[in-house]
Design a protein around this ligand. Structure first.
Ligand SMILES: Cc1ncc(COP(=O)(O)O)c(C=O)c1O
Length: 398
């Protein structure tokens, strides 16, 4: 990456009022290729939360027959994706709103390929009641907890209530007693592997600790996941979906060769949280531009807007970072601001004038799309194609 790229982006976007999102298609293509290579021909399910644009989801799905479908994040989003002719949708998280379940069941009754995520008897009861009323048969995927409980360290997240084989058996026995539910898949998302960087600059000790914990956890969860798959297969279930992982764990997830699809989203745009992993390096394809509006000191510029902070545990890594031109630094006391963002330009080699763009990278891939109506796709380093984000068509799901 160099300041030449800054000039390319600047020249290609001169006519665009800032702020705007820019997606470098060449770099997106490199990320797609790299993710396909990392998956070694295994199926990839695209995490829509990390994309949040129908046009881009469709573009990704067209890239390879191994991009088999989408992992959606809400009922309304799923209905919206179906309206937009996206099929093979695994809803990544449970739905408990009865009206939403009913609407999805109606779609399923007319052929929509949608799989619900469940991890409790209550989830099953809600779906069974709606499915029976229509009537239709609903595919469910059981989400198993992939956290590792080490002495003094809970290495993972709090999601599924199915932590043990015994709990899975209880749920499965209950599902067997229903008449409108089919076990279609099993998912285990190892967030502590997929979502935790292990090669962060100047965090040598922590990187070693995290790498050690990851290694231990990978072995432990693989055994747990295998026991669950073996049990379901021994019970006679054909699992069309055995899903695991995310962008950050493709390699380790696919070491478990019975897994038939891996989820990936963040790696396509490659937000900056995904810069610091040992196993892979993707390109900074998505960025947003703000513009310099003031120069409070010779070494400081102040830009309009900029403060799009990511969700999750509060920390500096949730802040956007200056991307291009190179050498810009945020001011620690101010960060990226609600309507203004100052930056130190002492180490920047490009002269910056009022009205010049500054390209920033968000910490998470999809969230930034909730701030913009359009994604401007830069093609061949000069042409711009505009597509809508979810927000650009008036949609706001979560
Ligand atoms: C269930 C599930 N699978 C997979 C992922 C990975 O998505 P990504 O590749 O966008 O990090 C996530 C991210 O939070 C998730 O919640």
């Amino acid at each position: 990456m160099s300041d030449t790229l800054y000039q390319v982006y600047k020249n290609a976007t001169l006519a665009l009022p800032r702020p705007f999102i820019l997606l470098d298609k060449d770099l997106l293509d490199q990320n797609i290729k790299a993710i396909l290579q990392r998956a070694h021909g295994k199926s990839i399910r695209i995490a829509s939360k990390s994309i949040r644009s129908v046009a881009i989801l469709k573009m990704l799905l067209e890239q390879s027959p191994t991009m088999i479908g989408v992992m959606s994040y809400s009922a309304e989003e799923t209905l919206f994706l179906l309206e937009n002719e996206i099929q093979n949708i695994l809803i990544g998280y449970p739905i408990v709103n009865k009206e939403h379940i009913r609407q999805l069941c109606v779609k399923i009754a007319t052929g929509a390929q949608v799989t619900f995520m469940v991890d409790s008897i209550e989830h099953i009861q809600l779906i069974e009641a709606c499915a029976a009323a229509i009537p239709t048969t609903v595919n469910v995927c059981i989400d198993i907890d992939m956290s590792s409980k080490f002495p003094f360290i809970y290495f993972g997240v709090y999601r599924s209530s199915i932590n043990t084989l015994a709990q899975l058996k209880t749920l499965v026995q209950y599902i067997k007693s229903t008449s409108h539910i089919k076990i279609h898949g099993l998912m285990g998302y190892e967030a502590q592997i997929a979502g935790l960087p292990d090669q962060v600059a100047s965090k040598g000790f922590m990187n070693r600790v995290i790498s050690f914990l990851k290694k231990k956890s990978i072995a432990e969860i693989a055994a747990r996941r295998k026991a669950c798959v073996d049990y379901l297969q021994a019970e006679g279930f054909t699992l069309s979906i055995i899903n695991g992982g995310g962008t950050g764990s493709i390699e380790s997830t696919l070491q478990e060769n019975y897994i038939n699809e891996v989820t990936a989203g963040s790696g396509f745009f490659n937000s900056h949280l995904f810069d610091s992993y040992k196993q892979f390096k993707h390109q900074a394809a998505l960025m947003y531009a703000i513009e310099c509006t003031r120069k409070p000191q010779t070494n400081i510029i102040t830009c309009s807007g900029g403060g799009y902070v990511a969700s999750g545990a509060i920390g500096h890594n949730k802040q956007a970072i200056p991307h291009l031109p190179l050498g810009l630094q945020l001011i620690p006391d101010e960060g990226t601001g609600e309507v203004q963002t100052p930056m130190d330009i002492s180490h920047c080699k490009v002269p910056i004038q009022l009205g010049d763009p500054i390209f920033m990278r968000h910490s998470k891939a999809g969230e930034v799309c909730e701030r913009f109506n359009k994604i401007h796709i830069l093609i061949d380093q000069k042409n711009i194609l505009e597509v809508n984000t979810y927000r650009g068509i008036g949609k706001c799901f979560l």
